[in-house]
Each structure stands twice: as C-alpha cells, then as structure tokens.
Design a protein around this ligand. Structure first.
Ligand code: ADP
Ligand code: NA
Length: 342
C-alpha cells in the first residue's frame, strides 16, 4: 500500500524459533524485499516488554538483545531498507504508554488473555495470586499499542496470538481520536502470516514459545542439522501409519508438522498432502520434515554466526536504527501532546 508505515517488534527473550520465523520475521523479510519509496518499515526488539515475565538477568538479557538483532539481520532483513532498533532506545515509547494508559480501561485490559496465561491464573477469585501479578504484565498491551501508534503505523505483521492486542490498539486509537476530536491516529491493520500457529513439538496443544523450558519442543532457527533431526525424531505424533494427512483434532502432532511444511515451502496444506502421499512410515515422514527444515534454516544459521562475530556492527545497526526511529517518534509525540493540551 502507498505511504504505509509497517511496524512489528519481537521480544528478545531467547533465540528465535520456527513460530517466530513463520509467524512474523520471515514476513518482515518478504515485506522488506518488496519495499517501495513511500513506505516506512520499523522492525526491532520489544526489549521493554521482555522484562515482564520471565525476567532475564542483566547479563543474559544483554546477550539476548544482541542475538535478536543478529537474528533479524540473518533472516535477510536489509537495515538500509528497514529501521532495525531496540524499543528501549526510543524513550517516546514509554512516554506514549503513559499517555494512552489514561484512556485504557481496567475492564478492557482484564479481558486480555496473555497476562492470565503468562501468570498461570486460572481462578480470578484467587486474591493472593492476582495480587502477585505485576503492573507491567497487565499493561503490556498498552505499551504495545503505544509502540504501534507512536509511528502512526498502518500495518502490523504478527502471528495470530497477537490479534487481541491489535484489537485493543485499534480501540485505543479510536478512543483517543474521539475524545480529542482528531483523526491523528490511523486504525492499524493486522497482517497475519499465511501459516497457522506453530505448536510445541512435544505438546501440540500448546504454541511453540521462547519461554518453553523444554528445548526439545522448540526448533530454533540457529539449530544445527543434527539437532533438528533429533528434535523432529522425538516430536510427538501418533500411531496411525500408512498415510499422513492434516487433521488437527485427531492428529495434532502430524498436523503441526504438515503446517510447518506448508509454511516453509509456501504451499497450501493440500499441496503438502499431495507431495507426501507416497510416504508410508513415520520415519520417512520425519526425515522429509527434517530435510525441508535443514535446507530452509541453513543460510540464516550461517549468517547468524557470522553476525555474532561482529558485535560492533550489530551495535551500529541498532543505534543507527534507533536514531532514525527517534526522529519520527520525537515529531509525533510533540504533535500528540499538543493535541492533548500539553
Ligand atoms: P514468544 O511468544 O515465542 O516469546 P514473541 O511474543 O516475542 O514470541 O512474538 C514474536 C512474534 O512471533 C509475534 O508476532 C508472535 O505473534 C509470533 N509468534 C510467536 N510464537 C508463535 C507461534 N508458535 N506460531 C506463530 N507465530 C508465533
Ligand atoms: Na507471544
């Protein structure tokens, strides 16, 4: 689209996994490759969000932040075309968070599912458990709305687990515009990746996540071929043999792998089914999945290790990005505060 501002961040809480890749960052790369002159692209780390749960120690965190920039570049995102930066290096994110928090109701935040799942709250009448939840985790979606609206973003490419937060962002945009009788903020459109959510290899009821403590349930984009083979070999499937087809209810493990193939190979589920129709046993099926993943991820893995040898370059990219982002942010926050009467 013309004059679009396309924006998305990822938490630097661990190495990027297949879900992050197919749900978000590969889409960022595709968008970057297609960029035209009227479009502004901002991609980076949600390092302020990353201190909600689980909180990394400072040394670990510093490393994760660097690895995240290396990962973004290793996927092939060109920092000449997209602004690549750390959220924390642009202070207007937290400033707008505060301004928007005056419009965000407790009720709308209470309806968000993420703070409940991240704090394992099942029973909302458990006062002690509720009382232990941190304000930062609860107001996470307000900071996310501030991130997006700070740049007047028109499009946000994210995985479908983020749809609810994008809906809240549109609500806040609308509330602000109505209250201040302005058309300042756009209604940002969610760009959903064509691939459905990628699930945990060991528990295909849950999404694949950086916060998973069992590393065998997660394929990292930097995993060596032998590690990928080992993890796929251990992936939970089923004992139905002779044919492999997509049926997420009866065959969640197999379906997750078929969905992965469809994502990586950029073809429909039906075309994957045709492609694997000749495969008769689980060993061959898993070997096929392994081959496809190894081939797809090898170039990024090699690039990642190359970038990690050059921390000065990574620092320069993210600082140059932050200074470009700050230019837009400073202009917009001045306008926003003026609209509000500051
Ligand atoms: P994580 O939950 O693994 O910590 P983030 O919260 O940092 O990941 O999300 C970064 C991006 O990756 C978001 O756009 C999110 O929607 C997407 N994403 C995360 N996990 C998955 C998954 N399992 N499948 C598809 N997309 C995902
Ligand atoms: Na997430």
């Amino acid at each position: 689209p013309k004059n679009a501002t396309i924006f998305s961040l990822i938490q630097p809480t661990g190495k990027f996994h297949l879900g992050n890749y197919l749900g978000a960052v590969r889409v960022w790369k595709d968008i970057t490759d297609l960029k035209d002159d009227g479009t502004t692209l901002l991609f980076g780390t949600a390092d302020l969000h990353a201190i909600t749960v689980p909180k990394p120690n400072a040394k670990e965190f510093r490393n994760y932040r660097i690895e995240a920039i290396a990962s973004i570049l290793s996927i092939g995102i060109d920092p000449e075309k997209a602004i690549v930066f750390h959220q924390s290096r642009v202070s207007q994110h937290t400033e707008l968070h505060w301004l928007l928090s005056s419009l965000a109701s407790m009720g709308s935040l209470n309806r968000m599912t993420q703070w409940k799942s991240k704090s394992n709250i099942n029973d909302q009448s458990d006062d002690a458990a509720l009382g232990a939840i941190k304000l930062g985790l609860f107001s996470y979606p307000v900071l996310q709305a501030a991130d997006i609206l700070l740049y007047k973003s028109t499009h946000v490419p994210v995985g479908d687990d983020q749809s609810q937060h994008l809906e809240l962002t549109r609500q806040l945009s609308n509330t602000f515009n109505k209250f201040y009788k302005t058309k300042y903020f756009p209604m940002p459109t969610t760009i959903l990746a064509p691939t459905k959510k990628i699930l945990s290899l060991l528990n295909p009821e849950k999404k694949m996540s950086k916060s998973d403590t069992n590393q065998n349930s997660v394929i990292y984009i930097t995993d060596e071929p032998e590690i990928i083979a080992k993890k796929i070999k251990r992936a939970v499937t089923d004992s139905i043999s002779d044919s492999f087809y997509f049926d997420p209810v009866k065959r969640p493990g197999i379906s997750n792998l078929i969905n992965t193939l469809s994502g990586v190979q950029r073809v429909s589920i039906e075309d994957v089914e045709k492609d694997i129709a000749h495969i008769k046993d689980h060993k061959d099926f898993k070997q096929h999945v392994t081959d496809v993943l190894v081939e797809e991820l090898a170039p990024s893995r090699e690039q990642f290790h190359r970038y990690m040898k050059n921390p000065d370059y990574l620092h320069k990219v993210s600082e140059d990005g932050a200074s470009k982002a700050r230019e837009i942010a400073a202009k917009n926050i001045t306008e926003i505060k003026r609209i509000m009467g500051f």
